[in-house]
Design a protein. Sequence first.
Length: 283
Amino acid sequence: MKPINSLKAAAHWLILSCKGAIVGTGAILPGVSGGVLCVAFGIYEPMMALLAHPVRSFRRYYKMFIPFLIGWIVGFVLLARAVELLFEASSAVALALFAGLICGTIPDMMKKSEESGPKQSWTAFVVPLVIVFAFLAFLQGSAIRSISPNIAWYVFCGAVWGLSLVIPGLSSSSILIFMGLYQPMTSGIANLDIVVILPLLGGLLITLLLSARLINNLFEKRYALMSRIVLGVMIASTLMILPTSFETAFSALLSAVCFAAGFALARWMDIARVRSSERERME
């Protein structure tokens, strides 16, 4: 292999690993949807194809999934504590960074959606945006009674977690926190409690098996429509995590800087991905 090709391959692996690390870190954060981050970084569609047709899709996308999975594990296991400390120091700064990462991908997604279906009405974008924003605002303003967790509720936790993977914009963490199930679930996972882990995995697998193929087929047949629905959900959920209050002026300035940095990083990743795809087609 030529040195320049080796460098390109290494850069591609590094970018995918970074995306995986960000998704792995963001997936466990309240208010941040792992599905949205997958959409934002161009991983969602291959992931859905893998869930719908595992053998065929793995052969096609394994060069993407391996570095992404490695990055995801690193992000989930090693960086989660660092992000937790960041949230403890300033939740506004942390949320601004992730909001910037998501927003930086929106221009490319809208362009791709428009190219795939220029005649498709943007009503499919506006309606989900309004409905999801109103629903999340209602949840945020509601005092939902805490639930005593048991096996059935842990199955429910797994189902919600599964839905957050196949429905971008759905934050499983936020929903479970509202219901008082998030802390006992994460505590059970940390302590390797099979009474928590087995029902959780069961609910997750059932949800993925029942919904992945249907949603994948919808994307294959009606990409313009589905992409605009996803964009509406994605923007609505991102609006809900934007920080609206700051402890100090410095915190507000730092949040703005982190938002801009996240936006720039996401745009750079999108541009690098597009250029890489164009070079592959030319070769």
